[in-house]
Design a protein around this ligand. Structure first.
Ligand code: NAD
Length: 257
């Protein structure tokens, strides 16, 4: 039980990586505040945690809306009394070369992916500063480190999150708060399935080509990222501060051709 007595808030945990992480954290003894924009998905995560004997509640909020996020944090604190871990996981994809991206689509990706890290952190941090402890995990991506075709808006957000993580770490280290970033490679989730469906005529061929990009020869699974998040959330990572943690099948540092 690596998260006994910890209260964790995971944004976007109705699906994919966030959901896997919520299930794993609950199994490791945490009480999980499941957040998502989509209530049916979030409730499903909570049901699965409870069926497995874990503890969780669902709180709906749009991470781009200050009033939603302020209420989310207030209700979470009213229910559990503290928040030890904030996993800023919610995010959306953005596809296209820069000149193809319409301003509205650009703003939406910036909003969900960057404002969606800023707002939950803004409302949780004063509480963590008061308790003089906490772990914040920001969801970046290996795209923050390497150029990938037709992903301009998305890459810009994930690079920003990595910079933000380092800057936050410096400011909040004196309060006993750790801030780290996860940089996954391609992980097979509904997010990636949707991207493949909408971006390629032949999604199966696209998956085959994506697999060759990883040194592992396969795509990652949500649980691969959840295990890395577990490390950052736990006290085992007490000396990890402002760091990028890669879970990418070797995409960033390897070259297989
Ligand atoms: P997913 O689509 O399966 O899950 C994302 C969840 O976030 C969804 O349930 C969605 O409803 C929720 N969400 C979206 N907008 C929201 C909002 N405004 N407020 C609250 N919740 C909102 O995606 P995933 O693949 O699990 O991705 C999770 C995170 O991991 C994202 O930040 C993504 O950029 C990042 N990531 C994913 C991959 C990958 O290959 N899947 C790789 C690197 C990084």
């Amino acid at each position: 039980m690596r998260l006994s007595n910890k209260i964790v808030l995971i944004t976007g945990s109705g699906s994919g990586i966030g959901k896997s992480t919520a299930l794993l954290f609950a199994k490791e003894g945490a009480s999980v505040i499941v957040n998502d924009l989509q209530a049916d998905r979030g409730e499903e995560t909570v049901q699965e945690i409870r069926q497995a004997g874990g503890e969780a509640i669902f709180l709906q909020a749009d991470v781009t809306k200050p009033e939603d996020v302020e209420k989310l944090v207030r209700e979470a604190l009213a229910h559990y009394g503290r928040i030890d871990v904030l996993f800023n996981n919610a995010g959306i994809s953005g596809v296209g070369m820069l000149h193809e991206v319409e301003p509205e689509a650009w703003d939406k990706v910036m909003n969900v992916n960057i404002r969606g890290v800023y707002l939950p952190s803004k409302y949780v941090l004063p509480h963590m500063m008061e308790q003089r402890s906490g772990s914040i995990i920001n969801m970046s991506s290996c795209i923050a480190e390497i150029g990938l075709a037709r992903r301009a808006s998305y890459a810009a957000t994930k690079g920003a999150i990595l910079s933000l993580t380092k800057s936050m770490q410096v400011d909040y280290a004196p309060y006993g708060i750790r801030v780290n970033a996860l940089l996954p490679g391609t992980i097979l989730t509904p997010f990636v399935e949707n991207y493949l469906r909408t971006s390629y005529d032949d999604p199966e061929a696209a998956i085959a080509s994506l697999k060759t990009r990883q040194l592992s020869g396969d795509l990652g699974r949500p649980d691969d990222v959840a295990q890395a998040a577990l490390f950052l959330a736990s006290d085992d990572a007490k000396f990890m501060m402002g760091s990028p943690l890669y879970i990418d099948g070797g995409v960033v540092f390897g070259k297989n051709a």
